[in-house]
Design a protein around this ligand. Structure first.
Ligand code: FES
Length: 69
């Protein structure tokens, strides 16, 4: 029985996912994690794609079209 997943979009950062997930990348490879909460890169610059490694802070990643005031 699946427990489902919960998603949070971190402003100017990764997508946080709670639950057992697999991320299928463009080449068809599936990256699985069993961590309670995983961070999926949204900036595209992580050295550990598809996972966030914090690089978004170094490059000052900004969401397109979102306001975080
Ligand atoms: S969102 Fe964190 S490294 Fe890309």
């Amino acid at each position: 029985m699946s427990r489902g997943v919960d998603l949070w979009v971190c402003p100017n950062g990764p997508l946080l996912v709670r639950g057992d997930i697999g991320v299928r990348t463009g080449d068809g490879e599936v990256h699985r994690t069993e961590r309670p909460v995983s961070a999926v890169c949204r900036c595209g610059k992580s050295a550990s794609l598809p996972w966030c490694d914090g690089t978004h802070q170094l490059i000052r990643f900004r969401d397109e079209g979102e306001s975080h005031d």
